[in-house]
Design a protein around this ligand. Structure first.
Ligand code: SF4
Length: 246
């Protein structure tokens, strides 16, 4: 089976534990207003690779990947679920650690392949772009519910979860949404980390190259401090919810 791969980062240090080979999958159904990788949206393009080729590439440099492994990122890896499963199942049989970086948008509870996927993910980095349904649709063009159901599904299966959230500004990330996100996360038991990333404008040139209108034109980048404050609000709501739930 061939996967449609946008690119490979051979020395990734921010997408999962240790040093990792990050495989960026081609194709994403979302259209996040702040996306800095619009070049991954189309399903066509990039290169075609099979799982063995990718894992052989990892193994050739195995000694560099201290405490690391492979990370599937994108784009949206769940768009190529059969290929992702093959890659992760083969990685596990070679003793390679697996991490999935996803928006969760493709998740369907009734699809049995997700059960298999949960068994071969050592960590899932789940991007929750917004918790409020209307704001999520505005921000991404899609419903938030598959994302939330995916978080609950993984949590029930005890898959370690790292949550990622992009902070843009008070209008797109108002305090009530941050608190609601915290309350939702407070009901999950297997969260290992929470990253709140400040919105940045480094993707603008890609939109220009692709001839696409940049949706957040004029919106300034968020500061680290704003992102830290947002994270603090989410953490406080997590703690309050945990007192009630557990
Ligand atoms: S899910 Fe990721 S790749 Fe897809 S549009 Fe959103 S930010 Fe971009």
């Amino acid at each position: 089976m061939l996967g449609q791969i946008h690119s490979i980062e051979s020395f990734g240090t921010v997408d999962g534990p240790g040093i990792r080979m990050v495989i960026f999958f081609q194709g994403c159904p979302m259209r996040c207003l702040f996306c800095h990788n619009p070049d991954t949206w189309q399903r066509e393009g990039g290169m075609q690779k099979n799982a063995e080729e990718l894992l052989d590439q990892f193994e050739r440099n195995r000694e560099f990947y201290i405490r690391g492994g492979i990370t599937a990122s994108g784009g949206e890896p769940l768009l190529q679920l059969d290929f992702l499963l093959e890659l992760f199942e083969k990685a596990k049989s070679r003793g390679i650690s697996t991490c999935l970086d996803t928006s969760g948008i493709c998740f369907r509870q009734e699809d049995p392949r997700y059960q298999r996927l949960a068994e071969v993910c050592d960590l899932v980095l789940l991007d929750i772009k917004q918790i409020d349904p209307e704001r999520h649709r505005h921000l991404t063009g899609h419903s938030v519910f598959p994302v939330l159901r995916f978080a609950e599904f993984l949590d029930r299966r005890q898959v370690p979860l790292g949550i990622r959230h992009v902070y843009v500004n008070e209008s797109l990330n108002p305090p009530e949404s941050l608190q609601e996100l915290g309350r939702f996360l407070g009901r999950l038991r297997h969260i290992k980390s929470l990253e709140v990333l400040p919105y940045h404008t480094m993707g603008i040139s890609k939109y220009e190259q692709l001839g696409i209108n940049y949706p957040l034109k004029g919106v300034p980048a968020a500061s680290k401090k704003e992102a830290q404050d947002a994270r603090r609000q989410i953490l406080m709501a997590i703690q309050e919810e945990r007192k009630k739930t557990f």
